[in-house]
Unconditional design. Sequence first.
Length: 537
Amino acid sequence: MPGVAGRGGFALHSSLTVVAYLLALTYALSVGALIEMYGLIWPPAGVAVTSLLLAPRRRWPALLAILFVTQVVYDLIRYDAALLPALLWASANFTTYLVVPALVVRWRAASLDTVGRVLRFALAVLAGSVPAGLLGALGAVLTGDTTPYAVTAALWATGAAVGVLMVVPVGLLVFGRIPVTHRSPGEVMVILGAVLVVSVAVFALRDHLLAATVGYAVLLPVVWAALRLRLSGTAIAIAVTTNVALVGTALGRGPFAEVDWTPIESATLLRVFMVVMAVAALLIASRAQEGASSAEVAEHRERLLAAVSHELRTPLTPIVGFSQLLLRARPDLDQEARTWVEAIDRNGRHLNALISDLLLLSRASRGRLVAEPEPVELGALVAQVLEDRQQPQIRVGRTDPDLRAWADPRHVRQILDNLLHNALQHGIPPVVVDVEREGEQARLVVTDRGQGVPDQLVGQLFDPFTQPEVADHRSIQGLGLGLAICARLATSNGGTIDHEPGEAAPGRFVVRLPLADGGQGLSPAPGTTGGVPTAAW
């Protein structure tokens, strides 16, 4: 249906709604007549709900009035019914048409793109169908129908629910409210062809026992469509399967057309199948849609991260370079000016380090972080890092000077730098670095005397942008990328990093790397006690 802006647009929209509604009425009543159950299912409900969901809410009263009049006139002409039953039947349909779209819009469930939205959509359909069943059954009683009231109400309600589940997803797909999943035309034809062929094969069987035995095969191609084509394919699959099942059952074929069953029993089982199949397929498709959306968001985020990082580095490089050049070339700067330039240089280098971390994390997230492993003498590397840092708060604990890991030395150094920075920033010195052998792995252990990792962060330690909450946020600088980078660097070198709490060390960090040929046993470094202090997060 086209847009409904302006009087001309609304006139066209309402005209097409009436035409589609009358065609759906004719189809439903013709199929139902085959087993003398005119309300076998009610696709007009799906047409009405779709039309309302596509229209602005200010147009709803006019559309509902048009549908109400259309239904009353149709019932008066088609069944030569009295005015009161006709009004009750139209009112029953009116309840579905009003409640379902109102709840769907209120609960923001029309897109059907998450499991929660599908469940809310199904609940809205149920909420709109129950009162419709009560009013519709009352109209049947007034016309002399001898079927028990509760049975008629249940049949009316489930017929309306199936009609909505059959039509609305397709309507939303046709008019662009459900995204089309792009697959090759060949794959789409194969999957939807399988849905049609299997549905026809099952619901064309005359042997009820055989049809009941193989009936579950119908679900297989529908699930296939939900997983591969997601919501767009599922909408078509539901429409194909429900219509084939409806016509087949009405012709006395398939698993729900046992000759010993009454039309009510057949209709009940058929509707249960339709509802379960439709809701289950939408749930599977929405879950697949959620996963695909999350992957697309992650990919766009990583691309944005890389682009922004590169754009920031371009102007930052001359800022840092010229500030350092100014400090070297102008030793005659007065103290106040030198303090300003040093602040520019210090913060520029800090920002440059953050950008480097962002770029590294971006490469790692996109699988572009490549290690160049070689034998690394861990003891010598630790000694070099500590010598470069010149921080008395850090000391070497147990170490094996002959222990060698098979890893990229640049990556190992950055892991150690990040862990030391993390320990000094969040913990309490002294910080102790141990180098140990553990079976066929080398261990690099960093601990300090902090309070350990807050419980709420234990499961998020190695996620990007994770930091503890502190009273003064200015005391913690950085983006919370250090441990996330350590984890990715360790993984790229065939190793792991873990936070291993214990009584003696409630928050120490342990890096495990593959051993290089020639790795030897562990011996305590001279002058160390081998004690392990507690760790900060």
